[in-house]
Ligand binder design. Structure first.
Ligand code: SD4
Length: 339
């Protein structure tokens, strides 16, 4: 029998769906021709050396995915860098735990978090993406997978990091105060966050990204920040662009920061404006917290245009393309602009 009530319900649903599709903002891919390709950009001053490594792949016409993996392995291996990879500062229990993720032009992604004893988490993240049906492996499972894939287990805590940890233990209150640890990364610098996030577009116009860190120094054991979380620390959509973040990961996760930046670019925001809007979102939700912390976003769109924005001044990003291989640009910031 014909059920009129069912029919009315169905008509109403169909009508509202039509209304949504009619009035919802279009979600266009960015179509204009890209310039300056290939190109690679990354966070902080050590991004310059990392970009140069990535460039070796890009200039030969190689894939952006290979470029970003090779690029971020430079700070991961750097014994003087206490915020990424080998020689990263440990957590409160003296354990070095690493986080990383990677994403390619097809929307494939892989991630490891809180992984110990493996120096190149980005390469393990890539293998999670390529060789497992999963996106993310954590802790012992990540280390076990890495060993099965042929990675060597090694001690990541260097004598220098051990000394810094011991010094921190003398004065530290054993409570998770956001950002307090990072003030100690480089003497004299109040807001120093040094995760490397890298985004590249290859000669074919394909985008990939990578993000890798030892996280907040002296964090609680088991704490994971934004860096290995797809959508928070990194996001790539090959139709639109890519974004990555650095700083206090908790605030980036709360706002799904990198995904937000990419979606804003999809709606027509420039990379810098998209980063600025994501920063504003963080400040608006927690204005008092935001005064005390650093978060920076870096983004690139399909046209090869890039931009960045941070809460505090002091953020910088590195750019490398055919014209310039070692450009370091100071990022704009909310608090600097307000002064
Ligand atoms: C995190 N965003 O673990 C990362 C690390 C960072 O300064 O940038 N720390 O929250």
């Amino acid at each position: 029998m014909y059920d009129r009530r069912k029919f009315l319900k169905l008509t109403a649903v169909t009508a509202s769906l039509t209304a949504i599709s009619k009035y919802a903002p279009a979600m266009p891919a960015i179509k204009a021709a890209a310039k300056n390709l290939p190109i690679v950009i990354s966070t902080w001053d050590f991004g310059v050396a990392a970009n140069k490594e990535a460039w070796k792949t890009l200039e030969k016409g190689g894939r952006a995915l290979d470029a970003v993996e090779a690029g971020v392995k430079i700070p991961e291996a750097d014994m003087n860098n206490h915020t990424v990879g080998r020689a990263g500062y440990p957590d409160r229990d003296g354990k070095v735990t690493l986080d990383a993720c990677i994403m390619d032009e097809f929307g494939n992604c892989g991630s490891v978090a809180a992984m110990e004893n493996i120096a190149h988490p980005i390469s393990v993240a890539r293998l999670v993406m390529e060789k497992t049906p999963h996106v993310m492996l954590v802790g012992d499972g990540a280390t076990q997978f890495a060993v099965e894939q042929g990675f060597k287990k090694e001690k990541l805590l260097t004598p220098e990091s051990y000394t810094a940890w011991q010094k921190w233990l003398k004065t530290a209150k054993y409570s998770p105060v956001l950002n307090i640890e990072n003030k100690q990364h480089r003497p004299g610098s109040k807001y120093n966050h040094d995760t490397i996030g890298m985004l590249a577009i290859d000669a074919k116009g394909n985008i990939s990204g990578a993000c890798t860190t030892s996280g907040m120094a002296f964090k609680l054991h088991g704490r994971v920040g934004d860096s290995p979380i797809i959508g928070a620390g990194l996001y790539v959509d090959n139709e639109v662009g890519g974004a990555t973040s650095t700083g206090v990961g908790e605030e980036v996760i709360r706002n799904v920061g990198s995904f937000l930046v990419v979606e804003l670019m999809r709606q027509g925001y420039s990379p810098e404006d998209a980063c600025k809007e994501a920063v504003n979102r963080i400040i608006k939700k927690k204005p008092e917290t935001a005064k005390e912390i650093q978060v920076g976003f870096l983004a690139i769109n399909k046209k090869g245009e890039y931009g960045a924005y941070a809460i505090q001044e002091g953020f910088s990003f590195a750019v490398c393309d055919e014209k310039q291989q070692d450009l370091l640009i100071p990022g704009k910031s909310f608090y600097k602009e307000k002064k």
